[in-house]
Design a protein around this ligand. Structure first.
Ligand SMILES: C[S@@+](CC[C@H](N)C(=O)[O-])C[C@H]1O[C@@H](n2cnc3c(N)ncnc32)[C@H](O)[C@@H]1O
Length: 334
């Protein structure tokens, strides 16, 4: 055994800092055409010497190519790191990057004091437009495709007439379900400011006739009733007490025998994997302190307490995004 793993870890950190700086400076918008280091340093008003070395590093990590004296985007950076690209993930990277301060304070956070950063932020501050657009970029990394693929083959979905996408954010899941089932009327429920973002997505897909939008707080406002299916993706990371109450409201909103599906980060029972989830849970806890990410057994326990039955699990994990679907029936229907 040598010690190289330790230095690989360190190199990952350094590479991330390069990516983060390049996104912050919007370097990739300037490398759509071959550009020399001096021209880039002029347009960014940065040191020519450092800019050239910075660009050489970007070449080293596969985010730029060097052709003669000029630098240009690779297919990866051209596809995902240019704001105009329909596949841009820049909002998501910036959102994740905004948590850098938390990672800097691990030793302090371990003292157990409530984090100042999160102190009095209300929901509307956390879930602002850039957060929701970042969620849309994240959803398109496979979560939407995998969920729609796994669920729309099922008879409950084929015969469903009403579906609620709770905490639906951008509405892409509701849009996907509506496109897969032409008889479906979907509803997106989310906070008032977020619903305005969802409206834009729904209009882009010209689904205003079939997708209804309801603004409110799902912990206290009416979420509607008579749904055949309620779907919630990454919206229910809550302390068990709050979660139980929201699940009770979901159960009441379903028709007799209706189906609830929650999609969330997959967590192994020993809580040490998958690594992506463990890192994400730790980052969440650094900002919020507490236990909000449940493994599937824990989730099923809370669902039972809320009156659900007939549980089923579907693993829709990809390496980048380990996720589970937990399906549960409204117990009134057996
Ligand atoms: C992590 S995002 C997930 C968005 C989307 N479902 C997805 O998977 O990409 C969580 C969503 O839940 C919504 N949300 C959180 N708490 C809420 C509440 N109390 N009432 C309504 N919506 C809420 C947020 O506004 C946000 O859109």
């Amino acid at each position: 055994m040598d010690c190289e793993l330790l230095f690989d870890i360190l190199r990952g950190y350094e590479q991330y800092r390069l990516l983060s700086a390049a996104v912050q400076l919007d370097v990739f918008s300037r490398l759509r055409e071959p550009t020399e280091a001096d021209d880039l340093s002029d347009s960014l008003r940065r040191s020519p010497v450092l800019t050239e070395k910075f660009l050489n590093c970007l070449v080293g990590i596969g985010l730029a190519e060097k052709k003669g004296r000029a630098y240009v985007n690779t297919p990866l950076s051209e596809t995902y790191l240019v704001p105009e690209s329909p596949f841009s993930v820049m909002n998501l990277l910036r959102l994740i990057g905004a948590g850098e301060k938390l990672w800097d304070q691990i030793a302090k956070a371990l003292e157990g004091r409530p984090p100042a950063e999160n102190g009095r932020r209300n929901l509307e501050e956390v879930f602002d437009e850039s957060f929701i657009v970042a969620m849309a970029e994240g959803a398109m990394r496979g979560g939407v495709q995998a969920s729609i693929g796994a669920l729309t083959r099922r008879p409950e979905f084929k015969r469903a007439q009403n579906l609620l996408d709770l905490g639906g954010g951008h509405g892409l899941y509701a849009i996907g379900f509506a496109l897969a089932n032409p008889a479906l009327e979907a509803t997106v429920f989310d906070l008032p400011a977020v619903i305005e973002v969802a409206r834009q997505y729904v209009e882009d897909y010209e689904l205003q006739e079939r997708i209804k939008l309801i603004a409110g707080d799902f912990t206290k406002d009416p979420i509607g009733a008579g749904y055949d299916v309620v779907f919630a993706s990454d919206a229910l990371y809550r302390p068990a007490e709050t979660l139980r109450a929201v699940l009770g409201r979901i159960r009441d909103s379903l028709v007799d025998g209706g189906l609830f599906v929650t999609k969330h980060w997959a967590m192994n029972p020993d809580r040490t994997g998958p690594l992506t989830t463990v890192l994400w849970e730790f980052r969440l806890a650094l900002g919020a302190h507490g236990h909000y990410v449940y493994d599937n057994d824990e989730y099923i326990e809370v669902l039972k307490e809320a009156g659900f039955s007939s549980f089923e699990l579907i693993d829709i994990s990809t390496e980048a995004k380990p996720s589970s679907l937990v399906l549960a029936k409204n117990a009134l229907g057996g």
